[in-house]
Design a binder for this molecule. Structure first.
Ligand code: UGA
Length: 464
């Protein structure tokens, strides 16, 4: 496997992007060291335990450990000073990793997969990236290439070059397009690979890492590559806000959103993907990147009205879902939700993940709580005990590990995340548990005939 193209790589950061990058690059035959600052996490990884639920990731990590092509190490400096010349064949605990013998081959490519959270006013916070880069400058081997995978504002590659202070080290922007829940398949079967570099040699070296994937590759300058990432996520966000707005129109004109999206989706210029209406888009990426791009536009005196409208539509969408619940429960648009009890199905930002960051479900829940409703929730990805032990605001929702308990005596069931498991619930039993058999399905997930047979009144999104 380790043919002529195999490279010695350090991946900085073992989050879902970093770990996926490290494990997938190792599976492509490269020699990869993955560094992080979380000692407990690294110890688990070195023993083959992956603490996120990305399908296929655990298997790739174990495969990499056993082949010796993937190792984990505490701290970036340590990673840059040690790379196993020969596969060890066995996983090693980070704390027991041998010290670097002199003359060991150095890393040729260093991937930065670090968090860039939303800072004040929506500006991306680059402090982690900057502190790592400042530290590694003197440690890099002559001619090394530093690659940014994290989503970073336009101009960051240039800033990293400055901070590195190394004329001989090229900085390449190679953004990731990994969705949570399908990160491994997105990495190994990408729609495209984007490589932004000022140096042709560095661009070719980075693109060669992926040569086995045979994906279309866009070569450009670093600023364009950085913008491609934001432009892609913000386009997806705008597409969803557009669909949610069309769904609202459907309700007013007596149209059916599923037919409308099917009808427009056959147009290859539009496509069927990313056309499901819902309670709004969320997660750790789309809202953060939309806010950041708006900031970039503002900073360059460009009023990006289209994007602002997409964000406003998204904020409004959450309130719209609350209005639906209000109407469903009280029969009036202005009815009070005080003294009502609601069963929420789903809290995560989408199905197939345990990620609650910027979840539209939580946004809708917070508004329902503000309106006076008592909230009980069930989510297949959220453990009730861990939830109860969690931080502030959590007391507002009682999470239980059983959907039928969550439904007990409720005035409406509100579906907020599109977990397929909800379709398979025993809806006749659910009808026996609830006080009023009403379902507000913000994801249009459930089969309305099945619900009707069970005695439920189903209310979806975008049904006229
Ligand atoms: C998103 C992008 O899809 C990835 O390409 C990108 O690499 C990633 O961000 C990132 O920047 O790292 P992700 O945050 O995992 O991936 O989530 P998505 O699958 O894009 O979903 C985002 C939100 O849109 C979720 O709340 C989801 O429920 C919602 N959504 C998605 C809909 O409401 N309808 C749809 O049809 C699709």
């Amino acid at each position: 496997m380790a043919g002529v193209f195999a490279r010695r790589i350090v991946v900085v950061g073992a989050g879902y992007v970093g770990l996926t990058t490290a494990a997938c690059l190792a599976s492509l035959g490269h020699q990869v060291v993955c560094a992080d600052v979380d000692e407990a996490k690294l110890a688990g990884l070195a023993a083959g335990q992956v603490d996120n639920s990305e399908p296929g990731l655990s298997e790739l990590v174990v495969e990499g450990l056993h082949s010796g092509r993937l190792t984990f190490v505490l701290g970036t400096e340590a990673a840059l000073s040690r790379l196993p010349a020969e596969p060890s064949g066995r996983p090693a605990e980070p704390s027991r990793l041998p010290a670097a013998p002199s003359g060991r081959p150095a890393a040729e490519v260093i991937f930065l997969c670090l968090p860039t959270p939303m800072g004040i006013g929506g500006v991306a916070d680059l402090s982690v990236v900057e502190s790592v880069v400042t530290g590694i400058g003197p440690l890099l081997a002559p001619g090394a290439v530093v690659v940014t995978k994290s989503t970073v504002p336009v101009g960051t590659a240039a800033r990293i070059s400055e901070l590195l202070g190394r004329e001989d080290v090229a900085v390449v922007s190679n953004p990731e397009f990994l969705r949570e829940g399908s990160a491994v398949s997105d990495f190994l079967g990408p729609d495209r690979i984007v490589i932004g570099a000022d140096s042709q040699d560095a661009a070719e070296r980075v693109s060669a890492l992926y040569s086995r994937l045979g994906a279309p590759t866009v070569f450009t300058n670093p600023a364009s590559a950085e913008l491609i990432k934001y432009a892609a996520n913000c386009y997806l966000a705008m597409k969803l806000s557009y669909v949610n707005a069309v769904a609202e129109l459907c309700e007013r004109v007596g149209a059916e959103i599923s037919d409308v999206t099917e009808g427009i989706g056959y147009d290859r210029r539009i496509g069927q993907a990313f056309l499901s209406p819902g309670p709004g888009w969320g997660g750790s990426c789309l809202p953060k990147d939309a806010a950041a791009l708006l900031q970039v536009a503002d900073a360059h005196d460009f009023e990006f009205r289209l994007l602002r409208a997409a964000i406003d539509t998204n904020t409004r969408q959450r309130q719209r879902m609350v209005d639906k619940v209000r109407l469903a429960v009280t029969g009036r648009r202005t009815g009070s939700l005080s003294n009502t009890r609601l069963c929420l199905l789903g809290l995560t930002f989408k199905a197939g993940t345990d990620d609650l960051r910027d979840s539209p479900a939580l946004g809708v829940a917070a508004l329902l709580r503000q309106a006076g409703a008592e909230l009980y929730a069930y989510d297949p990805g959220v453990d009730a005990d861990r939830w109860a032990a969690g931080s502030e605001g959590r007391a507002a929702i009682s999470v239980v590990d059983d959907p039928y308990i969550a439904a007990k005596d409720c005035d409406a069931v509100v579906v907020l995340t599109e977990w397929p498991q909800f379709r398979a619930l025993d809806w006749t039993r659910m009808a026996e548990e609830v006080r009023r058999p009403v379902v507000v399905d913000t994801r249009n997930l459930l089969d309305r005939d099945t619900l009707g047979r069970a005695g439920f009144h189903w209310i979806g999104v975008g049904s006229g």
